[in-house]
Design a binder for this molecule. Structure first.
Ligand SMILES: Nc1ncnc2c1ncn2[C@@H]1O[C@H](COP(=O)(O)OP(=O)(O)OP(=O)(O)O)[C@@H](O)[C@H]1O
Ligand SMILES: [Mg+2]
Length: 298
């Protein structure tokens, strides 16, 4: 097992509100793990607990297989505790101050500025930065001290599409360098494009967790058409790889059972001597899945 983080039955209450409720989570090394959920679902609270800023009421978590400690905390970088940047100081000098506070050396600050693509602007004052540049500098501050895990709370909040794409590419680049990333987002599209794994939260409870690929592959819709629809329907009666088969216009539409691909369906039909005039797999977006998961939990 290569878990960087394991969370067990974590619970945080504020009065009668369960900010998080019996949350279990496992983050594997190398993943970009997205906590996805609507406003108030407990994402920031979860990140606050694993960064040791918020105390849970119940449950526990382990970093790198060990009880959280001063030592494990040093292996993690986060942007939750928003760094205070000095508006009249340059990007580089701001990072130097943070390095001094964290008791880390200055020598890789240039490298970090290159990673977040602010090296060319290192001497410019923080107050002259765009929102996207400020967000990237916040990520730079979290990278000081060479963390093995990076924790980001809504890293693309308020950015335009180009700013969002820049942060996305940056996070993917950081992950490719071997740093595991845990981020909170309420943007489905974001998680779909950036994350390898996702946990869907609602009112502090986990509704789903798994690899993003698997959420997307979960129950694809298949469309089938043949010149003789009657024969096709009859053949499919013997096939249990498609569920909820029904007609939509000239097509037969159903859900693929787990592990059944379009080519499995095609192969079965070819063996029966049926040639399809139409075969299409409707891939669900994460948004479809997300809405379905939230809906099912009502
Ligand atoms: N300090 C606090 N005092 C009281 N209630 C709190 C506190 N912090 C969080 N909560 C409550 O806990 C719940 C979860 O909040 P949290 O900030 O973790 O959600 P979130 O998923 O990060 O939401 P958002 O997408 O809006 O950032 C909410 O109902 C919130 O009102
Ligand atoms: Mg939040």
């Amino acid at each position: 097992m290569n878990a960087v983080l394991s969370i067990e039955r974590l619970t945080k209450r504020y009065g009668h509100i369960h900010a998080i409720d019996q949350l279990d989570l496992e983050v594997e090394k190398g993943s970009i793990y997205g906590l996805l959920g609507p406003n108030g679902s407990g994402k920031t609270t979860t990140l606050g607990i694993i960064l040791d800023i918020i105390k849970p009421n119940e449950g526990s978590y382990r970093w790198f297989g060990n009880e959280p400690s001063h030592h494990s905390r040093k292996r993690i970088g986060g942007t939750l505790e928003h760094p205070i940047f000095y508006p009249y100081l340059s990007a580089e000098n701001n990072l130097r101050i943070i390095a001094r506070i964290k008791e880390k050396p200055f020598d890789n600050i240039g490298e970090i500025l290159k990673t977040v693509e602010l090296f060319d602007r290192k001497d410019d004052k923080f107050r002259t930065f765009s929102l996207g540049m400020k967000q990237r500098l916040a990520i730079a501050s979290a990278l000081i001290g060479n963390p093995e895990v990076l924790i980001l709370d809504e890293p693309t909040n308020g950015l335009d599409p180009q700013g969002i794409a820049e942060i996305r590419n940056l996070v993917i680049k950081i992950a490719n360098d071997g740093i595991s990333v845990i981020l909170a987002s309420h943007l489905l599209d974001e998680v779909q494009k950036m994350c390898t794994h996702v946990a869907v939260l609602k009112k502090g409870k986990k509704l789903y967790s798994g690899p993003v690929d698997e959420v997307l592959a979960m129950s694809d819709t298949i469309e089938l058409g043949a010149n003789n629809p009657e024969i096709l329907v009859n053949a499919l009666l013997d096939f249990d790889g498609i569920k909820n088969l029904h007609k939509e216009g000239n097509l037969l539409v159903g859900k693929c059972a787990e592990g059944v691909s379009a080519s499995d369906v095609n192969e079965f039909l070819i063996e029966k001597g049926i040639v399809l005039s139409h075969l299409n797999l409707r891939k669900k977006t994460l948004e479809d899945q997300f809405l379905e998961i939230l809906h099912q939990s009502k």
